[in-house]
Design a protein around this ligand. Sequence first.
Ligand SMILES: O=C(O)CCC(=O)C(=O)O
Ligand SMILES: [Fe+2]
Length: 368
Amino acid sequence: MRIQIAKNKVFLKLSRKKLEIHPLWLRERARLDNLHDKNTDQRLYDPSELNANLKIKKASISNGSLNINFNDGIKFDYEIKELFYELNKSLPYEKPILWNSKLKHKPIASYRENMFDTISMYDLLQNFYKYGFVLIKNTPADENFLVKFANSIGTVRPTNFGTTFNVRSEKNYNDLAYTNYHISPHTDNPYRKPIPCIQLLHCIYNEVKGGFSTVVDGFAVAEYLKKNHKDLFDILTSTKVRYRFVDKDVILENWGKIIELNENGLAEHIRHSHRLDYVPILEKKKLEKFYHARRLFSKLCASKKFELKFKLETGDIMMFDNYRTLHGRTSFDPKEGKRFLKGCYIDHDSTEGKLRFLERKFNLKWKK
Ligand SMILES: O=C(O)CCC(=O)C(=O)O
Ligand SMILES: [Fe+2]
């Protein structure tokens, strides 16, 4: 990337193309005190009201900054690196590393008091984005701790299950999570609008013999399907399924694909909850294929190849991306002892916002 100036025009030279930078693009990035609020850095004017024919009167480059003199009297020195930062990366985290049950080292962090604004938290969050989950060991096994932890990253998102929810075997339950049943890999709450992004489960007690936790990289399963069963992959990426939750107080419903792709054809959102999904009525042949695809998807998720199984211990927090990682648990016998997890949700802007904050605080850049 290079900046060139010719006849009061500014050009950005990239490896394969050269483009002229629009004067308005520069002008609306001029952060002068009378144009931007000091506390918030927000604009104090509407850039749509700038003169549409704004011109650059004079441009020069010195010591990594681009100095522009506009014909409306505004002068500004732009730090070139900062001005084009989105060309290098727009997200503060690395690309996902797809994994299966052979994953050698689970992403694990050890909790320390006051770790929230430290490099350890930055590493923890990078791991969360790389693997779609992270285990935090040695946290205080106190029922109120989870909210404190989650709110130190971002903001807890309450649902009709409450600010937090109690995962333990109950007599009166409105979700199978609150039983002792085996629950195969699923994503949580695909019936909500919006669907909770990140789930945290904090182990207070796990005294039973069973009650193992499972996690699966949904993006890895999607990739496997794409490579080996493209027709089945295609049906899961194109059929919208209805998800529904019912209890005595509310009926929640939302539609979506089991594998949702982004504009680059990569999986960006997995929805799978075999206990509350309803595919709409379709041609029998199409349903035949859909059922084949869903059967295989479920089977792969619960297979030795993809499913990671381990036991949460008192004081562990498992934090996972509910748009990527499926989770479940094996059944347990509540007579053997207590099994009690505290759960809550946060959104992706919590983790992303925290990463950007830590990046700014420590002047960090993830290695490409
Ligand atoms: O009991 C568990 O380990 C997980 C239960 C579950 O699926 C949930 O709380 O969302
Ligand atoms: Fe769940």
